[in-house]
Design a protein around this ligand. Structure first.
Ligand code: ACO
Length: 328
């Protein structure tokens, strides 16, 4: 290899995992004042998967990782780094990445979590890509896994209809052939109260206060506006950085929070919806799990083909947002 030859991170295999239990909109309508019509019209969500006993962020991550490693043709001994995007870790520590490492029988390689809420997988892919491009890692397991329903207020119709649980994984390998072309990350911590879970270790658990309890709080329509604007801008930034026209993208693989947000980004790209991977109807918003779940669905269903140009993007609590442009 010449000194000038660039190393790329290529997706060698993908995998995903969902809990066993499906909860439909009609089932939720029996618990809170909502309806299948409202949820479908406002979000595109028809059902979501909810983790049951024994199903955790780490167990879902493990099942997705095993599938991705099988697809990539690599074993535990080949993995030299694990990056796990999650905002619902099994424990405060050790990190879920370390727990996953143990489940996979891997010892010694670095393993750490990335908490960027719904942008977790995009952030994790970006970190992995940097390690591969500098030559510090050759085969990286990147996972997005969540059990968000464990911190949902099931009496709040504004949030409980939106979220689901699940995990997706990708094995990234160093390659001379084109893979990840660019990554773009952003954050704005000044709007935290629009989408947050105000419980923590250092600020303390304050059971006596209003809004206490481990639960997601969201001002949905404000988040919606910020999401559309931020995603528009990161899509433009990605195209410009790569000297691409919006019509060059083969597939948009967006964060699956709301079909209306996805449609707005597709419109910006002048992309017909049949070139946009949509799983929000089946999975709801699985936060960090959403993009890799959609990616794995697109790969396994034969939609995405080798050599095609994919644009992955996400927006979430923080706020955080970002994109990954790659040749599959
Ligand atoms: N069923 C029936 N009515 C409802 C429900 C429900 N489940 N939820 C809210 N409503 C009512 C509201 O009370 C309100 O009633 P009112 O007009 O009488 O006051 C009305 O519906 C409209 O409420 P809005 O919040 O304005 O509805 P909107 O069209 O904005 O849709 C939604 C709400 C779906 C939450 C949307 O705003 C959204 O998707 N926001 C973005 C979510 C997102 O992208 N999050 C980022 C990632 S999440 C993460 O990072 C963890």
């Amino acid at each position: 290899m010449t000194a000038q030859q660039r190393i790329y991170s290529r997706i060698a295999g993908t995998g995903s995992a969902l809990p066993k239990r499906v909860v439909t909109n009609d089932e939720l309508a029996q618990r809170v004042d909502t309806s299948d019509e409202w949820i479908t019209a406002r979000t595109g969500i028809r059902q979501r998967y909810v983790a049951g006993e024994g199903e955790t962020t780490v167990s879902l991550a493990r099942d997705a990782a095993i599938q991705a490693m099988d697809a990539a043709g690599v074993g535990p001994g080949d993995i030299d780094m694990i990056v796990l995007g999650t905002t619902t870790p099994n424990l405060i520590f050790p990190s879920s990445a370390c727990l996953l490492q143990a489940e996979l029988g891997i010892v010694g390689c670095p393993a750490f979590d990335v908490n960027a809420a719904c942008s977790g997988f995009i952030y994790a892919m970006t970190v992995a890509d940097k390690f591969i491009r500098t030559g510090d890692a050759k085969t990286v397991l990147v996972v997005g896994s969540e059990t968000l329903t464990r911190m949902i207020d099931w009496s709040d119709r504004g949030t409980c209809v939106l979220f689901g649980d699940g995990a997706g994984a990708a094995v990234l390998r160093a390659d001379a052939d084109t893979g990840i072309l660019s990554t773009h990350l952003h954050a704005d911590g000044s709007k935290k109260e629009l989408l947050w879970n105000p419980v923590g270790v250092s600020e303390g658990f304050k059971p006596e206060e209003e809004n206490a309890g481990v639960r997601v709080l969201m001002t949905g329509n404000d988040v919606f506006k910020h999401a559309v604007k931020a995603l528009d801008s990161v899509v433009e930034e990605t195209l410009e950085a790569n000297g691409l026209d919006r019509h060059d993208i083969d597939w948009l693989i967006p964060h699956q929070a709301n079909l209306r947000i996805i449609e707005a980004t597709a419109k910006r790209l002048d992309m017909p919806m049949d070139r946009v991977v949509v799983t929000v109807d089946q999975h709801g918003n699985t936060s960090s799990g959403s993009v890799p779940l959609a990616l794995d669905f697109a790969v396994r269903s034969g939609k995405v083909q080798r050599g095609q140009l994919l644009l992955l993007e996400a927006f979430g609590g923080g706020f955080t947002w970002g994109s990954v442009l790659l040749r599959y």
